[in-house]
Ligand binder design. Structure first.
Ligand SMILES: C[S@@+](CC[C@H](N)C(=O)[O-])C[C@H]1O[C@@H](n2cnc3c(N)ncnc32)[C@H](O)[C@@H]1O
Length: 204
């Protein structure tokens, strides 16, 4: 369906306000779990996904997708037979994603990233090729960040990558216990400017 100019604009504005309203409501209800009042910028998205080898990616997992800021760019880059599995603890966000993303490669699960191994297995996969995280590691409840870093290392295939963006370096400290090789980056054009980390699970 092709919408005429002003109708198309009104629809896009309504979709944007809907998305923004859902994100804000989630932040107001669970500020420590969401950790940011504004979704990631397109600069952060581009830089974070740059090292991904899409040809070798069968399963891409995302923790804390929120309202899907990364989901669309990931789906645009992914092979047509690959899968994107996203996990979020907030039912508001999972409902929104299921309502707005209609792509057979996409699955949104209500749950915690701590349970990634069971969630990946339940969806018929042996391992993940890449895991992306926008989780606020520094404000998560005690022990949760450490559990997530350990479970992520176990669920990745050898050669797979853990892609993390955060305002602080807390995530890197958790990653360093499991990933011997971690690349770092920085994105200024984000509210707030953020740190990027790529942890690589080296083959034996
Ligand atoms: C900063 S928001 C990220 C939003 C989005 N990815 C972006 O880039 O704009 C953090 C998200 O992590 C989710 N979250 C917090 N703890 C979680 C956990 N243990 N497992 C999965 N998701 C979690 C929150 O509900 C929220 O959607």
């Amino acid at each position: 369906m092709v919408l005429s100019g002003s109708r198309g604009f009104r629809r896009k504005t309504a979709d944007y306000l809907d998305q923004w309203g859902v994100f804000l409501k989630g932040f107001i209800e669970h500020p420590r779990m969401v950790g940011s009042i504004i979704p990631s910028s397109r600069f952060t998205i581009r830089k974070m996904l740059e090292p991904v080898d899409w040809d070798s990616c069968d399963l891409f997992v995302e923790y804390g997708p929120g309202v899907g800021t990364f989901c669309h760019p990931v789906l645009e880059r992914m092979r047509s037979d690959a899968a994107l599995l996203v996990i979020d603890t907030n039912p508001l966000y999972v409902d929104y994603l299921n309502r707005t993303i209609r792509d057979s490669r996409f699955t949104a699960v209500l749950g915690s990233a701590e349970d990634v191994e069971a969630i990946v297995a339940d969806h018929g996969h042996k391992h993940a090729d890449y895991v992306l995280s926008g989780l606020p590691f520094s404000t998560l409840p005690d022990g949760v960040g450490a559990n997530i870093a350990a479970a992520t290392h176990r669920v990745l295939r050898e050669g797979g990558g853990f892609l993390v963006y955060q305002f602080s370096t807390a995530a890197r400290d958790f990653m360093a216990k499991h990933f011997a090789r971690i690349d770092s980056g920085f994105e200024l054009w984000n509210v707030l400017p953020c740190k990027l980390f790529w942890g690589w699970k080296d083959g034996r």
